[in-house]
Ligand binder design. Structure first.
Ligand code: SF4
Length: 283
């Protein structure tokens, strides 16, 4: 089976169930909701998949699997199907990244033989800004072979230094928001802070995408970015590290001018390079 996902950090997605409920500002533009609406499916009802539940059993080579891209694996409404899903995970050669915004649900929903964690599972918490850093601390108390943080969409400052320095985390993935008319911009100082904290704690740092907005070089901003494709600019604004925005795109540091140019044009280069470090489970 070939890669079935365009997401930069995975080979495949697997949705044994789909549907969810929003829990925090990171969910505001949930792409699962958007995609399910396109298919005329009811997003607010969690349903077992009739066709995809045992999909990993059919894949003929080991893959990295983003588990529950259209739901939350630890959603309480999926309790009756999770044991069967754990069995599939345990008995297949794939590597599963299980993302959740509900780390408080994990401990009661691990399989009986979990022990210190399955060797082919990374538990990942999604954290969109510092208001939700507790998700990381909750995960740090769950036994697991591998743990990760997904800071996407990153919509505010996030300080990970204490968490990363005092717990075992194997990767941090960062990305801006895309895919929506009102996608929110991502300040380069937010990204750089996480990058530095990963460097200090020696945790792999992966920059997935800028999202819809790209920063524009400004004379007084102390970082340099790749040139902006001017012909693609649809809108401009200034973004402050507090998350405040202004339609005046000429405000000075720590404001940064941002141009809305779309995910593809904005790309995923940061400070002149690609940041592609993540756990290499195939080693
Ligand atoms: S937890 Fe994930 S799937 Fe559920 S609403 Fe939030 S972003 Fe969407």
């Amino acid at each position: 089976m070939a890669k079935n996902s365009n997401i930069e950090w995975t080979d495949a997605t697997w949705n044994p169930w789909y549907g969810c409920n929003k829990v925090s500002p990171g969910c505001k533009h949930c792409y699962a909701e958007r995609d399910m609406n396109r298919f005329d499916m009811n997003f607010s009802q969690v349903k077992r998949s009739k066709t995809k539940f045992d999909e990993p059993l059919k894949w003929d080579k080991p893959l990295e699997v983003f588990t529950c891209s259209w739901s939350d694996f630890f959603h309480g409404d999926a309790d009756r199907w999770r044991t069967e899903a754990w069995d599939i995970i345990k008995n297949t050669p794939h590597f599963y990244r299980i993302l959740t915004k509900r780390p408080e649900n994990i401990l009661d929903r691990l399989p009986k033989d979990w022990g210190d964690g399955y060797p082919n599972v990374m538990l990942v918490v999604s954290i969109e800004n510092h208001d939700y850093v507790q998700r990381g601390y909750m995960l740090s108390r769950v036994p697991a072979q591998y743990r990760g943080i997904s800071a996407e969409p990153l919509i505010g400052e996030l300080d990970l230094l204490d968490l990363l320095a005092n717990s075992q985390f194997n990767e941090v993935i960062v990305g801006g928001e895309s895919g929506m008319k009102n996608s929110r911009p991502c300040h380069p100082l937010w990204i750089n802070k996480i990058r530095l904290h990963c460097e200090i704690a020696q945790v792999p740092f992966f920059f997935k995408q800028w999202g819809a907005w790209l920063p524009i070089n400004s004379d007084d901003f102390p970082m340099e970015f790749d040139p902006t494709p001017v012909s693609k600019i649809k809108r401009m604004l200034s973004l402050h590290p507090t998350g405040k925005t202004s339609d005046n795109a000429e405000l000075t540091f720590p404001w940064i001018p941002m141009a809305k140019i779309g995910k593809q044009a904005a790309g995923r280069r940061f400070l002149g390079r690609i940041w592609d470090n993540k756990l290499n489970w195939r080693q």
